[in-house]
Every structure is written in structure tokens, then in C-alpha cells.
Design a protein around this ligand. Structure first.
Ligand code: ADP
Ligand code: SF4
Ligand code: MG
Length: 349
């Protein structure tokens, strides 16, 4: 999937070069699970890319690969250029620095990511001390400033994680991710564990920070409605591949790939708790990446499948201006061929 690359003028990025440029990224776990298969994507400074898909589609694997956080023994091929540096070939010392100052990740479930026995101010200050060569007093001051920046009183620096609510802890995670002034934030299901009101607040905070600091953002979620509300562009992943991508609103409102349609139908609006889980009307689960179906990997679940879908794999192809989708019907539509009515489902609400 290739997102539009806009001219970047922020210091450090060359005009025209995206902040993050991923080419043909493939990740195979030691178990043989092909969790990410040939993903292309790019993100410019100030751009927000949403990555959607059900659980097990390879979203977190993609996020972890970007910062080389995958377990030893995992095979990763392709290219990951972050601000012009090749992440996959850089030395470990550089990778550790890049993890904070180049790109940082906000994970789901802040309680598990924060250390329960350390004050949150000290946890935020630690990477500043390590990577920004700050004095202890300077790092402490910056930690308090960061807390205020994410909407918490600086005095909360002395609190332990268990003294904060879920939403406050997620704000701390965001403060920590910002500690070393990264260029790119990867937010993996940052609001999934939060209730709807807090979820909206955290999303607005992330949006505000991205705009203020001209950051690139990759926001990962199973919830297409949340992504379409927050992001500029959307990539829908299925079985380790991007199967649809384009401007966020258009993908959400007029998905072209049958899987994109099913996901849109499953998340009619932000905060609809009744539809937060599996796509409605779509039987089964994403396939086991160690035993992928032949042809189009979506064919066993696809309401629009035709005979050739079980044998013919489909590459991403043009599906309108700045849009691509990997489905046999998309090419046929572009050529003006009509689809049989009994093979068409209306997925979008
Ligand atoms: N450490 C691992 N070893 C082997 N398989 C894994 C590992 N982590 C994830 N997987 C598998 O890779 C696939 C993609 O997982 P993941 O990237 O976590 O998807 P998502 O974030 O979209 O839910 C799943 O089938 C999962 O079981
Ligand atoms: S190629 Fe066939 S199985 Fe795959 S999404 Fe399109 S219609 Fe469905
Ligand atoms: Mg995940």
C-alpha cells in the first residue's frame, strides 16, 4: 500500500521524501506464521495513517517490525526507511536511539506497559536522561512539562501507575512516547481498553499533538469508525496484507473491497458498543498465517467470491483516485463490467 507522499519541509526530512517509507515488508515468525506479507506504506510528517483489520490480521506485527521489536528468530525482509535511514540494517545502538527519538510506540493497555513500582515522572524521565543527555533535574522538569502537555497536572509525576485511572495512564504513555521528540508515533489500539468518553478525549489529544508538532502518525485499530474520524488515510489489512487503501472517509463510507465493506458495516459509528467486535454477517475468523487459504485469502469468508477466487491471488490495483483495492471485482468494475447482482453485498451503512 502506498499512501500519498506530500512534500515535507520539517527539519531532518528532505522535501518530497516521506518520513516513513516501507517497501515489500514481510514478517515470518519462527513458528512459520507469515504474519505480514509484502506491505508497502508511507507516512509524511503531519500525516495520519490508520491501519484497520480484525484481530490476527498482522497489525501489531507490522508496528513491532517498524522498530525491530519482534522476537529473535523472526524473519523480516523488505525495506523500512525512517527519515532516510534503513531501520532493518542499522546497528542495535542506533535502533535503540531511533526507538525514542525517531519513532515511538503507544501500546494498548497502559497498566501493563508501565512499571508498577516506579513513579510515573521517573519513568518518563528515564529515556530523556538516556537519549537526550539531560541532567536529572532537567529530565524531571521535562517529564512534568510533558504531563501538563497531555492534560495531567505536573504534580502527578510523583504518582504510581495504580493511583491513576485508565485514561490518565494512557495519557502518561503518550507523554512517554513524546519524551524524546520523535518524528513518528505508532499508536497500537491506544484507546481500545478505554470507555467511550475517555476514548474520544485521548483521540483528540493525539490529533492535537500530531498537528502541533508536525508528527507522522500510524494509528492501529480494529474500529474503522475511530480511524476514519481521526486519520487522513486508511489501510485495511487482511491476513498480513493491505487489501484496501485510500482517503479515510472514502474507505469508511464507500469501501471497495468486500472485507473493507464488512468492517465498515461492523462499526457504524464511534462508540457503538454493540458493534465493537467481529464484523457482522461475516462468518469465521481471519486465517491462521501458518496455513493460509489458496487464491484470495479472503475467499472462504467472502460474500462476493466467484469460482476463480479460490485459485487466483489478487494484487492491489487502482480503485479510484488515490485509492487501491485487491479484489477481482475492482478491476472488472474499472473496465465497466457489470457484477452479477447475486454476488454483490452492500457493506457500507
Ligand atoms: N510471537 C509470535 N509468534 C508466532 N506467531 C505470532 C506471534 N505474534 C503474533 N503471531 C501471529 O501473527 C498473526 C498476526 O498477529 P498480530 O500482528 O498480533 O495481529 P493483530 O495485531 O492484527 O491482531 C496472528 O495469527 C498471531 O497469532
Ligand atoms: S477476490 Fe474474490 S474472494 Fe477476494 S475479496 Fe474479491 S470477490 Fe472476495
Ligand atoms: Mg494487535
Amino acid at each position: 500500500m502506498t499512501t500519498e507522499t506530500t512534500e515535507t519541509t520539517t527539519a531532518g526530512a528532505t522535501a518530497g521524501r516521506p518520513l516513513l517509507d516501507v517497501r515489500d515488508l514481510t514478517v515470518t515468525y519462527a513458528s512459520g506464521a507469515a504474519a505480514v506479507r509484502g506491505v508497502d506504506l508511507s507516512v509524511a510528517a503531519g500525516q495520519k495513517l490508520g491501519v484497520a483489520g480484525e484481530s490476527g490480521c498482522g497489525k501489531s506485527t507490522l508496528a513491532l517490525a517498524l522498530l525491530r521489536l519482534l522476537p529473535a528468530g523472526t524473519k523480516v525482509t523488505g525495506e523500512i526507511q525512517l527519515d532516510g535511514e534503513d531501520v532493518l540494517t542499522m546497528k542495535w545502538g542506533r535502533v535503540r536511539a531511533v526507538r525514542w527519538a525517531g519513532a515511538s510506540i503507544v501500546f494498548q493497555g497502559a497498566m501493563h506497559s508501565l512499571n508498577a513500582v516506579h513513579r510515573i515522572g521517573d519513568q518518563i524521565a528515564e529515556p530523556i536522561l538516556l537519549h537526550k543527555k539531560a541532567t536529572p533535574a532537567g529530565a524531571k522538569k521535562k517529564a512534568r512539562e510533558l504531563l501538563e502537555h497531555v492534560g495531567l497536572p505536573g504534580a502527578r509525576a510523583d504518582a504510581y501507575p495504580h493511583e491513576l485511572s485508565g485514561g490518565q495512564r494512557q495519557r502518561v504513555m503518550i507523554a512517554m512516547a513524546l519524551a524524546c521528540d520523535p518524528r513518528l508515533i505508532v499508536a497500537d489500539e491506544p484507546t481500545t481498553a478505554l470507555d467511550v468518553m475517555i476514548q474520544a478525549q485521548i483521540l483528540r489529544l493525539i490529533e492535537q499533538l500530531v498537528a502541533e508538532q508536525d508528527l507522522g502518525l500510524i494509528m492501529i485499530s480494529h474500529d474503522l469508525a475511530v480511524l476514519s474520524d481521526t486519520c487522513d488515510r486508511l489501510a485495511v489489512m487482511y491476513a498480513g496484507r493491505v487489501v484496501e487503501e485510500g482517503p479515510a472517509r472514502e474507505v469508511y463510507e464507500r469501501a471497495r473491497h468486500p472485507y473493507g465493506k464488512a468492517l465498515s458495516a461492523a462499526f457504524p459509528r464511534i462508540g457503538d458498543l454493540s458493534s465493537r467486535f467481529a464484523p457482522q454477517g461475516l462468518p469465521g475468523d481471519p486465517p491462521d498465517p501458518s496455513a493460509l487459504p489458496s487464491g484470495c485469502t479472503f475467499h472462504p469468508r467472502c460474500p462476493e467470491a466467484i469460482a476463480s477466487c479460490s485459485t487466483d491471488d489478487q494484487a492491489l490495483r487502482a480503485a479510484g483516485p488515490a485509492r487501491r483495492a485487491a479484489c477481482v471485482h475492482v478491476g472488472a468494475e474499472a473496465e465497466g463490467a457489470a457484477r452479477p447482482a447475486d454476488q454483490v453485498v452492500e457493506g457500507a451503512p
